[in-house]
Design a protein around this ligand. Sequence first.
Ligand SMILES: [Zn+2]
Ligand SMILES: [Zn+2]
Length: 118
Amino acid sequence: MTETVCEPKDMAWIEKGVLGIEWNDGHNAVYPVRYLRQQCPCAACVDEWSGARRLQPDDVPLLIMLQDVQPVGRYALQFSWSDGHDTGIYSYSFLRRLCQCDVCQPVKLVEPRSRRLL
Ligand SMILES: [Zn+2]
Ligand SMILES: [Zn+2]
């Protein structure tokens, strides 16, 4: 199987805290930024040897903000977060798999704390 090389063509905010990336294959991908931060692939967040995730979802502040995006070569993006973390390098293929649109993720992740606040 050949994997097509995807590259971001355009980037825009879909709504507050939700980043949209248009890929060169025409797919409009959807990324809630807190989810992106939780998936950070850097050595501080993921154990390099075992691949186990060190960063727990609740470690990420609820109101995390994306402060900067830098291209890394022609294969990845580096995000800087409002919690001071900026070591995560998200390769295009990794990012593409993280897409949370209805087509890529027909079954939504349910946040455990989605209980209504009365
Ligand atoms: Zn990280
Ligand atoms: Zn998608």
